[in-house]
Ligand binder design. Structure first.
Ligand SMILES: *Cc1c(COP(=O)(O)O)cnc(C)c1O
Length: 235
C-alpha cells in the first residue's frame, strides 16, 4: 500500500512539473511519518523514500537511530528553544524557524557542536491566527538578522497553507511565498540562499509544485490517515 501510494505521489509531482515546465528532479518528496510506527517508515524506505518529516522532537529521537543512516530527517513542527540541543547535528533541515530567539539558540548549539545547521524561515502567508510563522512583511528582516549568526544557514522559506476543500484556494499563498523568496534573493544577503521552498501537503502539493515548491511534505497521501485518538502521540 505504501509503495503504491509513494508511486502515485511521485507521478503526480512529475505531472505537475510537466505542466509547469519544471524538472521533477528539482522537487524533494518528504514523507511525513509523524504518529506512524517504524514498520511503516521501513516500508517507505524499502520503496525508496529517503527524506522523512517529523514534528515532535521526542518522536524524532526515537526514530532516528532505528532507520538507516542515509535517511535525511526534516524537523517540520514547532520547535521549542529548550529542545534545540537534542536535534542539532541529527536533522538535515529545520523547516520551522519563526523567531530570532529560536535562530539564536540554534546558532549557539551549532557553534558548541562545531557544526552548521540548515534552516528555513516559516512564514504564515495566510495570516491564520492558529498557525505559527512570521508575517510576510517581517521575513526579509528576520533573514537579515539570522544571516549574521554563526553556524546557521538560511536556505529558504516554508509555509503551511490553510486546510481547504479545493487546493486551488491555496494557489495564491504558494505564489506569494515564491514571490517573497525571489524578493529576498534579490537582496543578495550574505549567508542567505533561497534555494528551498517547502510548501504543499497531501491536499495541495500538485498546486504547490506548479507554483515552485522544491519540497513537498506529504503524510496522509503516503501513510494514510493519522489516528490521534488512541493517544499514542499527541498533536
Ligand atoms: C502533518 C504535516 C504535514 C503532512 O500533512 P498531510 O496533510 O498528512 O500530508 C505537512 N507539513 C507539516 C508541517 C505537518 O505538520
Amino acid at each position: 500500500m505504501i509503495r503504491d501510494n509513494l508511486e502515485q505521489v511521485r507521478q503526480k509531482i512529475k505531472d505537475a512539473c510537466d505542466r509547469s515546465g519544471r524538472d521533477a528532479g528539482e522537487v524533494t518528496l518528504i514523507s511525513v511519518s509523524k504518529t506512524k510506527p517504524l514498520s511503516m517508515l521501513e516500508e517507505a524506505y524499502e520503496a525508496g523514500a529517503r527524506d522523512f518529516g517529523e514534528n515532535k522532537v521526542q518522536e524524532l529521537l526515537e526514530k532516528i537511530p532505528r532507520l538507516p543512516e542515509d535517511v535525511r530527517w526534516h524537523m517540520i513542527g514547532h520547535l521549542q528553544r529548550n529542545k534545540v540541543k537534542y536535534i542539532v547535528g541529527k536533522v538535515s533541515l529545520i523547516h520551522s524557524v519563526d523567531s530570532l530567539r529560536l535562530a539564536e539558540e540554534i546558532s549557539r548549539e551549532a557553534v558548541k557542536q562545531d557544526t552548521s545547521v540548515d534552516i528555513l524561515l516559516e512564514v504564515n502567508v495566510a495570516q491564520e491566527e492558529s498557525k505559527f510563522g512570521i508575517a510576510l512583511e517581517e521575513t526579509a528582516d528576520l533573514a537579515l538578522s539570522v544571516s549574521k549568526l554563526p553556524g546557521i544557514h538560511v536556505c529558504g522559506l516554508m509555509t503551511i497553507a490553510p486546510y481547504v476543500e479545493n487546493a486551488e484556494d491555496n494557489r495564491q499563498y504558494f505564489r506569494k511565498l515564491k514571490q517573497l523568496s525571489v524578493d529576498i534573493e534579490q537582496k543578495n544577503i550574505d549567508n542567505v540562499s533561497m534555494n528551498v521552498l517547502s510548501m504543499g501537503m497531501t491536499g495541495d502539493y500538485s498546486v504547490a509544485v506548479e507554483e515552485g515548491a522544491t519540497c513537498v511534505r506529504v503524510g496522509t497521501g503516503i501513510f494514510g490517515e493519522r489516528d490521534y485518538v488512541k493517544g499514542v502521540v499527541s498533536e
